[in-house]
Ligand binder design. Structure first.
Ligand code: RNT
Ligand code: ZN
Length: 419
């Protein structure tokens, strides 16, 4: 701790010379929760049956590293470990398939708030918020690739009922925790090859969504977002819920939109969308992930797209209009480690953005001093971010720097390997 503190003092001086108050920045950083996706812990299997595996839906998990959480108790245990290794207060993002079904199979159109009561208790004990996602994949009624935009009325109604129940559950969670629950809706609907009925599918989707969102819940307990996508595995040619579709839907109905970093053309900047979309919708949910060549959902790391994204949120003064959620799944490495790397990287990126010399940069920009602006941005890259970060960790009593590696190795030996 001594060294960490000493390095922090010198970093603090250097940032202070740029007019940045690092203590104040760290206070702000601590207040910003990240919504930790429950599905990295068990490879998107869920708990509808023991040891379930992801089945279809255009998303894919690869790897078979030992230690996957096989039931709710194991996932709780892993998440508690994760929470002990990341600074700040966070939220857990649940999928509907992760209910506490107590060994009884319940279909998706049957789930109720009661199935999530033990999660609510767990969240209270662990001082974290909860968010929610409806689960429109890994199900026989999603097998032919369509759910809410399915031309068959019966199948569609099944999924509409699911969506409605998920919103009810989310509002219940929000009320019980006295804390707004973000409910995100993503469907895998689409097809592999050239599709003639695009208009029809989208028209149906629109009607289904209207039914789901028809019920009003108190705004302080529930916030709805919809997540579009470019393509999925097996739905390369057509996706009913595209970005254009949902952006239109969100604006028209004044709900939130979820931007998943992996759901756009690889050369498109998601960072740039923030200031555009926020002119028309009140809030954005970000699904922070890392795609390699495609929407591969690799573990989040501190890379340029992430840094640019966080810069944009800070520069647009939009911190309280953006919810940060994580969305990746890697089964090829220690899953608790995957969580910790990704959450810490996302927080570090936000810290980096908060430590940029915004006042000076804006002055340069206003005065059209573009060389100066670029030079300062370059210099900012090699400022002692790590020393500030390590102090932040120490302040929140979690291991600084690489110190968490040993803890995860030990957890693997004592817990994960025995599963
Ligand atoms: C899929 C979407 C979606 C899922 C989760 C599991 O491409 O990104 O958010 O990853 O709901
Ligand atoms: Zn996503």
């Amino acid at each position: 701790m001594d060294k960490v503190y000493q390095y922090y003092q010198s970093a603090k001086d250097r940032y202070a010379a740029w007019g940045i108050d690092t203590d104040q920045v760290l206070q702000l950083l601590a207040e910003k929760p990240f919504s930790i996706h429950c599905w990295q812990g068990d490879d998107v299997g869920g708990f509808e049956k023991d040891n379930a595996v992801l089945e279809g839906g255009g998303i894919l998990v690869s790897g078979n590293y030992p230690g996957k959480a096989r039931n709710i108790a194991e996932l709780h245990q892993d998440l508690e470990k994760v929470l002990s290794l990341v600074p700040g207060k966070h939220r857990i993002s649940l999928h509907a398939s992760y209910g506490d079904f107590q060994g009884n199979f319940k279909d998706r159109d049957q789930i109720t708030p009661r199935d999530f009561q033990s999660w609510i208790e767990w969240a209270k004990e662990n001082h974290c918020g909860l968010d929610f996602n409806s689960t429109f994949f890994s199900h026989p009624k999603a097998d032919d690739g369509f759910t809410l935009s399915h031309p068959d009325r019966d199948i569609r109604e099944f999924w509409i009922e699911h969506g409605k129940r998920c919103r009810e559950i989310s509002a219940h969670i929000g009320k019980n925790l006295q804390d707004k629950c973000v409910h995100n809706l993503w469907i895998p609907d689409g097809s592999k090859d050239i599709t003639l009925n695009r208009f029809k599918h989208r028209e149906i989707l629109l009607q289904s969504l209207n039914e789901i969102f028809n019920t009003m819940y108190p705004k302080e307990f529930l916030f709805d977002t919809v997540e579009g996508k470019l393509f999925g595995i097996g739905s390369e040619s057509f996706t009913s819920g595209s970005y254009d579709f949902y952006l239109g839907y969100a604006i028209k109905n004044q709900i939130g939109i979820c931007l998943d970093i992996g759901h756009f053309h690889p050369t498109e900047s998601v960072a740039d969308k923030i200031s555009a979309v926020l002119q028309f919708v009140d809030k954005i949910l970000l699904h922070i992930t890392r795609g390699i060549h495609w929407d591969s959902d690799h573990v989040v790391i501190l890379n340029d797209p992430l840094l640019e994204l966080m810069q944009e949120v800070v520069w647009a003064d939009a911190l309280n209009r953006v919810y940060f959620g994580l969305d990746y799944f890697d089964a090829s490495i220690n899953r608790v480690g995957a969580y910790v790397i990704g959450i810490r990287a996302a927080q570090k990126a936000l810290l980096a953005a908060m430590l940029s010399p915004v006042v000076q940069l804006r002055t340069y920009e206003r005065e059209r001093k573009n060389f100066e602006r670029l030079a300062l941005l370059e210099e900012a890259k090699t400022m002692p971010l790590g020393d500030v970060w390590n102090y932040f960790c120490a302040l929140h009593e979690v291991p600084p720097a690489e110190k968490y590696i040993g803890e995860i190795q030990q957890y693997e030996k004592q817990v994960l390997i025995k599963r």
